[in-house]
Every structure is written in C-alpha cells, then in structure tokens.
Design a protein. Structure first.
Length: 146
C-alpha cells in the first residue's frame, strides 16, 4: 500500500541575524554587523560624569539605558559600531548575556517606543515574551548615562 501523501514545507530561510541585549529597562536588537564584540566582566570607569571601558587600548563610552546600573567594577558589555560617535564605537551595559537570533522579514513587529538615546526604525522582535526594539543608531552626542 502506498505511503499517505505528505507535504513538507521547509522553514523560511533566515535573512537577518540579531544580537539581543537588555540594559535595565531597555530591550534592544542590533544587527550582527553592528556588534563588534561582547565583553563579559569588563571594567567600567566613571570620569567627570561619563562612563568608559577600555577596548583595544582605547577608552570608549558606555551607555547604561534609562536607569543607572549598580556601581559594579565588572559588567557585561556589548561593543556596538555606530557612525554617529567619533571613533565609531560605543558600549552598552547589559544586565545579562546577549542572545543571538536568526530571523526572517516576517518575524518583525511594528513597535513605537521611546528608546532614547538609541535610534529605532519602529520595528521590534519578540523573544521569550519580550519585545526587543530594533536599533539603527545612537542619537548624536548622547554618550552619558541617561
């Protein structure tokens, strides 16, 4: 007797890879090509109301999200490439280890939220019940703690 007809539809091919970061109340999604590196237990220093971390011998600014992070000597940082800042690098302090996801265009949702100082294009990706706002840049000059 012949096998019953079976239709197998392959899953859609992932077209984008994202790094998902959480920094206090912010949940942010960055395209992989904007993320340089993730530093675990990196040191952050505060000088004249600005926060910095050492990365490849250069002090780069650290963004903490909407609330001040606890004064810890070591923290997880995502190093982000951005053209709006001199030197092209900024670090965002994460509250947990970032996640890597591969998604398709159909996975995006429309979401307009205030993610200052980060610039968004109004898209978001839902992961484990949390909406991660898609980030395309940083507001010029915004490198202080917010």
């Amino acid at each position: 007797m012949p096998q019953p007809f079976r239709a197998v539809i392959p899953p859609p091919i992932a077209t984008e890879k994202l790094v998902l970061l959480r920094s206090q109340v912010l949940a942010l999604a960055f395209n992989v090509d904007k993320v340089q590196e993730v530093l675990l237990k990196a040191s952050v220093t505060i000088e004249q109301d600005r926060s910095f971390t050492q990365y490849q011998g250069v002090a780069i600014p650290v963004v903490f999200g909407k609330k001040s992070c606890p004064a810890l000597p070591e923290i997880t940082l995502g190093i982000i490439k951005t053209s709006e800042i001199k030197g092209g690098l900024v670090a965002i302090a994460c509250t947990d280890i970032p996640n890597l996801v591969a998604i398709t265009a159909q996975d995006w949702q429309t979401l307009e939220i205030d993610s200052s100082p980060w610039q968004s294009d109004g898209r978001a990706y839902n992961f484990n019940g949390l909406n991660y706002n898609h980030i395309i840049g940083l507001v010029k000059g915004m490198v202080k703690r917010s």
